[in-house]
Design a protein around this ligand. Structure first.
Ligand code: MLT
Length: 257
């Protein structure tokens, strides 16, 4: 297997990577290993996930984006390349709605632009109430079979279970309700004027390949990369591919346009 070129110089905008639901920053471990020595990589835990406390003021995806902007302002980050995995992609679309000028590039990884169907939104509300009553543990058994291309790889199962176990009940309910009420981001796609990378898992059981392909086609100049052996978690299933493509995106974002 061809290994990606290792980044050798620190250049260009910071790379901010937002995890999906109901996970945390640990999904980006292979990207942290790859980029941290040379680049400014910021993989936050969204409020209510990982080590981040639940924030009562957060209700919508725009609220998550505003929270992230405040974090980045505190770190002195101006413009940045934003990568979003699944729900992280929904937050990235919200960021584009509220602060398009801060975005130097966008990576949409195993995500979609469409809003929820009424059925999906209703299921999210049921799950939000269950999480508030029982805790989020039930989501591990529900989600694990859907995350990876084949059976959940034993190397990743304990970490995924741990991510779901330590998520805060209120944070999980908030995220579910924020996703259920998000607007359709499809009309935004044609307005994206920055370098955009779409990485889609060919065997994604959550975002069908055709949906990812249609999204990429609607974005002017977007680069669509198929992670052929991946399901919903290409950053873990094909980390070299994801690292190489993110590095190319950061370089493209740094180049004068
Ligand atoms: C995720 O991975 O973030 C979720 O599956 C997204 C969703 O439920 O729409």
């Amino acid at each position: 297997m061809e290994l990606p070129e290792s980044p050798t110089q620190s250049a260009g905008p910071a790379l901010v990577l937002i995890h999906g639901f109901p996970l945390d920053r640990r999904i980006w471990s292979p990207q942290v290993d790859f980029f941290a020595p040379t680049h400014r990589l910021i993989p936050p835990d969204l409020p209510g996930f990982g080590v981040a406390l639940h924030e009562k003021s957060i209700q919508t995806l725009e609220d998550y984006a505003r929270w992230l902007l405040a974090v980045l302002d505190g770190l002195g980050v101006g413009s940045f390349v934003l990568g979003g995995h699944s729900m992280g992609g929904y937050v990235a679309f919200a960021m584009h709605r509220i602060a398009p000028d801060r975005l130097a590039g966008l990576a949409l990884i195993a995500t979609r632009s469409a809003a929820d169907s009424p059925e999906t939104a209703a299921t999210r509300e049921t799950n939000a109430q269950k999480a508030l009553k029982e805790g989020p543990g039930f989501l591990a058994d529900a989600m694990l079979p859907k995350l990876f291309a084949g059976d959940p790889p034993p190397a990743h199962v304990p970490t995924v279970r741990s991510m779901i176990k330590i998520a805060k009940s209120a944070g999980v309910a908030t995220a579910l309700r924020a996703m259920a009420s998000r607007p359709d981001a499809t009309p935004q796609l044609a307005t994206l004027k920055i370098p955009v990378l779409v990485i889609a898992g060919r065997q994604d059981k959550i975002v069908p390949a055709a949906e990812a392909e249609a999204m990429a086609k609607a974005i002017p100049g977007a680069r669509l990369v198929w992670a052929e052996k991946s399901g919903h978690m290409p950053m873990l299933e094909e980390p070299d591919l994801v690292n190489r493509e993110l590095l190319a995106l950061v370089k493209q974002a740094a180049a004068p346009r």
